[in-house]
Design a protein around this ligand. Structure first.
Ligand code: HEC
Length: 314
């Protein structure tokens, strides 16, 4: 077994033993992970036993491949376009879609930016931003510097949205936020009627403290008026530069929410520089992703959210 299975750096502790995890990718695609409490390859005498963990949905250490090798081959491959359109246009398997984007995120930025295939793939994926796909698309777009229009729509403007408010439909707005396929990614950061995360302000009572135009502005131009405490901060550490809103801060640690809705923990001791921008930590991309009509629907729904404590309205 030591031959077939690859050792990972991951260990699993139980009450009475510590297992080193080994994994093997089987031909059919399933990955098995096993743990052993001894790694010298000999059995007998000292309770060396092996435990199989299953089912395992994600690989502990995805196989690495160089983008430079893989991408040109894919760019040439006949039929690959068809497979991608199937995965991103007709198939609703968001798990596979996120997985493909994760693999791309693991590649080197320079190689990725040159691949036509990657550009086409992003253009496709971006037409239906599910909340789980959205963060990854934003990341690919910004960090890898690949410029992909997130949708074929004209970017929304405040006036453009206001002109449509007569025809706006709060139910469609609700569906955009809570629907599984159409999710507008708001719940990655906002709590609304008991759902979603508390990384931005709770929107359950937004209709009580705001008006239609301000709500539209918050979505189309988040940086025009910024709720106190949510200005974008750029923190440079020994190893990286991270931007986001500070969620929590102690003398030793800062917890930052990035614009992709992920949490970053930063040791204060590792900070080299820190800057607060006059910019909201809510992404400004929704005007491009959603368009006038969908934002009008969202605003109609949010205006009707008038529950100060955030309990369910229906
Ligand atoms: C990556 C996190 C993130 C995502 C995703 C996000 N927001 Fe925000 N949002 C924020 C933060 C942070 C603020 C507070 C800063 C500000 O006012 O600009 C905010 C503010 C707002 C406000 C104003 C809140 C107030 O109390 O006045 C509204 C309305 C809003 N967001 C709507 C949305 C909608 C609708 C979506 C989905 C289409 C969305 N947001 C997606 C982070 C996010």
């Amino acid at each position: 077994m030591a031959r077939a299975f690859t050792r990972t750096d991951i260990k699993l502790s139980t009450d009475d033993a510590e297992f080193t995890l080994f994994q093997e990718r089987l031909k059919k695609g399933a990955t098995f992970v096993v743990g052993g409490n001894s790694t010298d390859g000999r059995d007998g005498g000292k309770s060396n036993y092996t435990v199989i963990f299953k089912p395992v949905l994600t690989d502990l250490q995805p196989e690495s491949a160089a983008a430079a090798d893989v991408l040109p081959a894919l760019d040439q491959a006949e039929g690959w376009d068809g497979i991608l359109s199937h995965i991103f246009e007709t198939c609703e398997d968001v798990q596979t879609q996120t997985r493909i984007l994760d693999i791309l995120l693991g590649f080197d930025a320079n190689d990725l930016g040159q691949s036509d295939l990657v550009k086409r793939l992003l253009a496709r994926a971006s037409k239906q931003p599910d909340s789980r796909l959205f963060g990854r698309l934003l990341q690919l777009n910004s960090q890898l510097g690949i410029e992909v229009a997130m949708t074929p729509l004209e970017p929304a403007t405040i006036d453009g949205v206001l002109a449509l408010t007569d025809r706006a439909d709060a139910d469609r707005g609700r569906e955009l936020i809570f629907g599984s396929k159409t999710a507008a990614a708001c719940l990655i950061c906002h709590r609304i009627q008991g759902q979603g995360q508390n990384l931005g302000p709770d929107l359950s009572g937004i209709g009580l403290r705001s008006d239609l135009k301000t709500i539209i502005q918050s979505i189309v131009e988040p940086s025009a008026v910024i709720t106190e405490g949510y200005r974008l901060q750029v923190i440079e550490t020994d190893v990286s530069t991270i931007s986001g809103a500070v969620l929590q801060e102690t003398d030793s640690v800062i917890l930052l929410v990035t614009q992709q809705g992920t949490l970053e923990r930063i040791e204060v001791g590792s900070i080299k520089s820190r800057q607060t921008l006059d910019q909201s930590s809510m992404p400004a991309t929704f005007s491009v992703i959603l368009g006038n009509e969908q934002i009008a629907d969202l605003a109609a729904f949010l205006l009707a959210c008038r529950h100060p404590s955030g309990e369910s309205t229906n």
